[in-house]
Design a protein around this ligand. Structure first.
Ligand SMILES: *[C@@H]1O[C@H](CO)[C@@H](O)[C@H](O)[C@H]1NC(C)=O
Ligand SMILES: *[C@@H]1O[C@H](CO)[C@@H](O)[C@H](O)[C@H]1NC(C)=O
Ligand SMILES: *[C@@H]1O[C@H](CO)[C@@H](O)[C@H](O)[C@H]1NC(C)=O
Ligand SMILES: *[C@@H]1O[C@H](CO)[C@@H](O)[C@H](O)[C@H]1NC(C)=O
Ligand SMILES: *[C@@H]1O[C@H](CO)[C@@H](O)[C@H](O)[C@H]1NC(C)=O
Ligand SMILES: *[C@@H]1O[C@H](CO)[C@@H](O)[C@H](O)[C@H]1NC(C)=O
Ligand SMILES: *[C@@H]1O[C@H](CO)[C@@H](O)[C@H](O)[C@H]1NC(C)=O
Ligand SMILES: *[C@@H]1O[C@H](CO)[C@@H](O)[C@H](O)[C@H]1NC(C)=O
Ligand SMILES: *[C@@H]1O[C@H](CO)[C@@H](O)[C@H](O)[C@H]1NC(C)=O
Ligand SMILES: *[C@@H]1O[C@H](CO)[C@@H](O)[C@H](O)[C@H]1NC(C)=O
Ligand SMILES: *[C@@H]1O[C@H](CO)[C@@H](O)[C@H](O)[C@H]1NC(C)=O
Ligand SMILES: *[C@@H]1O[C@H](CO)[C@@H](O)[C@H](O)[C@H]1NC(C)=O
Length: 545
């Protein structure tokens, strides 16, 4: 039967076309020929049964599909389309009713459920930036029956239908939604939903995509890179790279490199701030690039900085304590050893001024012919370098000791000392000299103790011979000590003694006169008490008063 209809097909087509035109005027095909279902819905590649019923006979079928008879009755015939493998088919049932050909077509809806529904959007998205959220529905037919809905957290963002799509063939559909995320969208889920609605004749086929959680990322500013602009070779410097206002801060990925080498980092996160710290060893001189790169999801930000590594050794004095005899010439010499940056300047200075200076030479000297005043003088050896606009210096000091013979001056040892007898005074006589000289002052082989407080007596007067000496020589000077005493005092003492003697003698004379006038009375009394010698002695005593 299949074979027959295929062979007949071209002729039959013309026949039908011709006969249908005739039918329009007469009875309607619907009244004499029924097909069920009228609008078959069939999944591509599966089977469907079509029942044509009519009081007229025979019932014939015209189709390009494979079919088999699935049953027959007196007024009906059912056809099993065993495998619907075309997208656009409309089999034709036809009969001849009283020589009038009648036919009806069954317009098939051939469908294919979407094979896959896929979401396509970046996992992490930058806050405030627009991204395309794509939903791919793969291999679906008919597209005009498709509805694609994108949901965010259960609420539809977009619903799209394709009713103007006319092609029955399957195709791939991509629905695009421009999405902008906020930080609050964190953990919201996005899903895409495809529905192939074939109702009422067919099923409603639904297929959701896998859901995807939103991971908004905030990274609004470039990192802040903190490090010194310059550092000394061999030292370590701490470098910090920090990002603020980032979300989620704990996901910030840091990469720090110095001079092309990656550094070991320690990461700290506090709320919306993340920072990385590294200790950098500075092995070689020159300008090195410090680069910090921070990535957070799709955002990557990088900052760099040039760090100048310099080498400036400390000057080394040949002798940091020069000890020389006065009037000799000595060199203050300093040198620089080891690695050094170009442009190092060396200088020798004292408190006042620059004495010597040299560039690009690593030994410097200053010749001094010493005088006494140079004793205790200090020199500074300075190494200097301009590093990126700032001056770096290192220095070492050199001390100078000058030995010289003693010198006694008028101020340190006056020629004449005038003292008052009885006052407390100390003999001061010193001398300049290095090492400090010993000073001795003598008079007639008698050594005067210098600097000791002493009560001054007349014997201290005289001419003293002072001698100062140290290992480098001696100096001498005579010092005259004058002791003042007052002649006037002695006269006064003599006068007062004389005065007292006069007074005493006058009193004595006066008393004697008085005694003599009273002597007779007392004598009597004396005789009455003659028996007691003790009494007599007492009376005598009393009389002598
Ligand atoms: C086909 O349709 C006729 C008339 O409606 C009915 O009697 C018959 O049972 C149907 N056949 C099948 C197989 O459903
Ligand atoms: C139609 O054909 C298919 C495939 O051969 C078969 O599986 C199915 O049972 C048939 N249907 C009927 C009603 O005969
Ligand atoms: C099938 O489609 C054709 C044209 O596309 C239309 O003329 C015909 O009426 C349709 N048949 C049914 C049963 O809807
Ligand atoms: C479908 O086509 C009609 C007519 O051209 C139009 O009015 C309608 O907006 C179209 N629908 C869509 C979804 O494009
Ligand atoms: C649909 O997409 C799939 C892969 O996803 C591809 O193999 C196929 O060829 C596409 N179909 C069309 C019609 O572009
Ligand atoms: C996000 O959701 C996952 C699973 O739904 C959950 O484990 C996680 O704790 C959530 N995170 C936040 C920050 O809400
Ligand atoms: C979907 O398919 C059915 C056939 O089952 C049809 O009747 C309906 O009009 C279609 N819907 C759209 C929107 O094309
Ligand atoms: C350092 O940053 C500047 C701009 O700030 C850029 O031009 C340069 O290429 C960067 N250098 C490196 C090594 O990344
Ligand atoms: C040191 O030199 C000065 C001047 O050249 C001279 O007057 C003085 O005597 C010298 N002193 C010694 C200790 O040689
Ligand atoms: C000081 O150094 C210079 C240069 O090295 C040398 O010519 C000079 O003789 C030295 N002077 C003394 C006193 O050593
Ligand atoms: C500076 O040098 C001058 C002579 O060169 C000297 O008189 C002065 O005392 C010095 N000042 C200091 C602070 O050394
Ligand atoms: C520091 O050095 C770098 C690299 O040589 C240079 O780009 C920068 O301008 C310098 N800065 C100053 C203040 O000299």
């Amino acid at each position: 039967m299949v074979l027959l209809s295929r062979i007949m097909h071209p002729c039959l087509f013309f026949l039908v076309a011709w006969s249908a035109a005739g039918v329009v005027k007469g009875a309607a095909a619907e009244d004499f020929l029924h097909i069920h279902p009228e609008k078959p819905v069939v999944e591509y590649g599966t089977s469907v049964v079509l029942n044509c019923s009519s009081s007229c006979a025979p019932i014939n079928l015209e189709t390009s599909l494979k079919w088999a008879e699935a049953g027959t009755g007196s007024t009906w015939k059912s056809f099993n389309f065993t495998e619907v493998d075309q997208w656009s088919v409309a089999p034709l049932c036809y009969v001849n009713c009283e020589r009038t050909p009648l036919d009806r077509r069954a317009n098939f809806t051939v469908y294919r459920a979407p094979e896959r529904v896929e979401l396509d959007l970046p996992q992490k998205m930058e806050v405030g930036k627009e991204y395309n959220l794509n939903c791919h529905v793969v291999d679906v037919a008919p597209i005009r029956n498709l509805t694609v809905t994108i949901f965010k957290g259960g609420k539809p963002l977009l619903e799209k239908t394709f009713e103007n799509h006319t092609k029955p063939q399957p195709g791939n559909i991509t629905v695009t939604y421009p999405i902008t995320v906020e930080q609050q969208d964190h953990n919201e889920s996005i899903t895409c939903h495809a529905a192939l609605d074939l109702r009422p004749e067919g099923p409603l086929l639904e297929k959701p995509s896998a859901s995807q959680l939103l991971e908004p990322v905030a990274f609004p500013m470039d990192p802040l890179l903190e490090s010194p602009l310059s550092a000394e070779i061999g030292t370590q410097m701490t470098v910090t790279c920090e990002v603020t206002g980032v979300f989620p801060a704990e996901e910030a990925m840091f990469e720090l490199s110095f001079a092309g080498e990656n550094l070991d980092l320690s990461i700290h996160v506090l709320e919306e701030t993340a920072s990385a710290q590294a200790l950098v060893h500075l092995p070689s001189i020159g300008n090195h690039e410090l680069i910090c790169t921070v990535s957070l999801g799709p955002v990557k930000r990088s900052v760099n900085k040039t760090v100048t590594v310099f080498a400036l050794p400390k000057p080394i004095p040949e002798d940091d304590h020069l000890k020389v005899v006065v009037n000799t010439t000595v060199n203050v010499t300093c040198k620089l050893d080891g690695v050094k940056s170009p442009g190092v300047v060396m200088q020798i200075k004292d408190k006042n001024q620059t004495l010597a200076s040299s560039e690009d030479s690593f030994i410097i000297n200053y010749e001094v012919t010493t005088c006494e005043e140079d004793d205790g003088r200090e020199f500074l050896c300075i190494a200097q370098l301009q590093v990126n606009g700032t001056e770096v210096t290192k220095n070492a000091s050199v001390k100078l000791t000058v030995f010289y013979a003693p010198r006694i001056t008028n101020t340190s040892c006056p020629s004449v000392l005038t003292w008052k007898e009885g006052s407390m005074e100390a003999f001061i006589c010193s001398a300049h000299g290095n090492p400090p000289p010993t000073v001795e002052c003598r008079r007639d082989n008698m050594v005067y103790h210098i600097g000791v407080q002493q009560q001054i007596m007349r014997e201290h007067k005289g001419v003293y011979h002072c001698n100062a000496s140290n290992a480098y020589g001696s100096d001498a000077k005579d010092v005259t000590i004058v002791v003042e005493f007052f002649q006037l005092n002695i006269v006064a003492v003599a006068l007062s003694v004389l005065g007292a003697a006069i007074i005493i003698s006058m009193v004595t004379v006066g008393y004697y006169m008085y005694y003599r006038s009273h002597k007779v009375r007392k004598y009597r009394l004396k005789q009455q008490a003659a028996g007691n010698p003790m009494e007599q002695k007492c009376l005598n005593g009393g009389a002598s008063v």
